[in-house]
Design a protein around this ligand. Structure first.
Ligand code: NDP
Ligand code: 8X3
Length: 249
């Protein structure tokens, strides 16, 4: 069995690659940090193929895929995991450059690699696309603006894939996790390791291993079952009340 996991240099992607290799799958791991992919190759051996690509550069994705050796081309599982949030500023003060980066990575990059790999899956009559969305794609929160919107895109794209792939044998799933610690997500989002650590203080968040176990569960289901949308949160996370602005005086 052969999988391609985007964003395998850290966090969820590395844990997913680790789990799949442990289950004797072959894994193509992608990311920009080649040295981390090389280290995984040294650790995992011949079951892991490092493939450097920048999800923001469509030509980087297409040239990396074109470089795949023949025996690494029939990808059965695509895990669209690479992604990021940048900032928590309200929309009226947020960085437009950060918004573009999130859209280019979480949406444009995701659809580019999916577009490249779907026809082969359909030709072979089987395959599975697991997209990593977020609870931010369902529940609005202050500062979630474009990040949450990109994850809503991922959710609806997954559902529309299901609509198009009916009868092909190819499956599609959106996993939407909530608070998950032990990855670089908050360090990247906040650009401040202290502030990132504070996000998880006093909580027991989900872990990358929890996400990897979920990916593995979905990937090992019988081929007649499709999980459309799977939302998961740590028990310590819940829902906030709707906000009301009140006049003073
Ligand atoms: P990390 O920051 O730990 O990992 C992100 C991965 O994405 C890295 O491997 C990084 O690789 C890759 N990546 C980012 N930008 C690019 C790019 N331009 N080109 C190629 N690869 C890129 O985050 P997580 O593991 O926590 O998050 C993984 C996914 O899960 C993301 O889509 C995130 O939105 C989502 N998510 C995370 C949650 C959390 O609380 N942690 C909760 C819900 C969803 P490199 O830098 O080497 O390019
Ligand atoms: C990450 C989860 O709640 O920080 O997607 O947006 S959250």
């Amino acid at each position: 069995m052969l999988a391609l996991v985007t964003g395998a240099t850290a966090g969820f992607g590395e844990a997913i690659a680790r789990r799949l290799v442990a289950e004797r799958w072959r894994v193509i791991g992608t990311g920009r940090r080649t040295e981390r992919l090389t280290a995984l190759h040294q650790e995992f051996g011949d079951h892991f193929l490092p493939l450097t690509m920048d999800m923001r550069q469509p030509e980087s994705i297409s040239s990396a895929l074109a470089s795949l050796p023949a025996q690494w081309r029939e990808i059965e599982l695509l895990v669209n995991n690479a992604g990021l949030a940048l900032g928590l500023d309200p929309a009226q003060r947020a960085s437009l450059a950060d918004w573009y980066t999130m859209i280019e990575t979480n949406c444009t990059g995701l659809v580019t690699i999916t577009h490249a790999l779907l026809p082969g899956m359909v030709d072979r009559g089987r395959g599975l696309v697991i997209n990593i969305g977020s609870v931010a794609g369902t529940y609005p929160y202050p500062g979630g603006n474009v990040y949450g919107a990109t994850k809503a895109f991922v959710d609806q794209f997954t559902r529309n894939l299901r609509a198009d792939l009916i009868g092909t044998g190819v499956r599609a799933t959106n996993i939407a996790p909530g608070l998950c610690g032990g990855t670089e997500f908050s360090n990247v989002r906040l650009g401040d390791d202290e502030a990132a650590a504070a996000v998880y203080r006093g909580t027991q968040p989900l872990t990358a291993r929890d996400i990897a176990d979920t990916v593995w569960w979905i990937a090992s289901l019988p081929p007649h079952i499709n999980i459309n949308h799977l939302e998961m949160m740590p028990v310590c996370q819940g829902f906030a009340p709707l906000a009301v602005a009140r006049e003073t005086g």
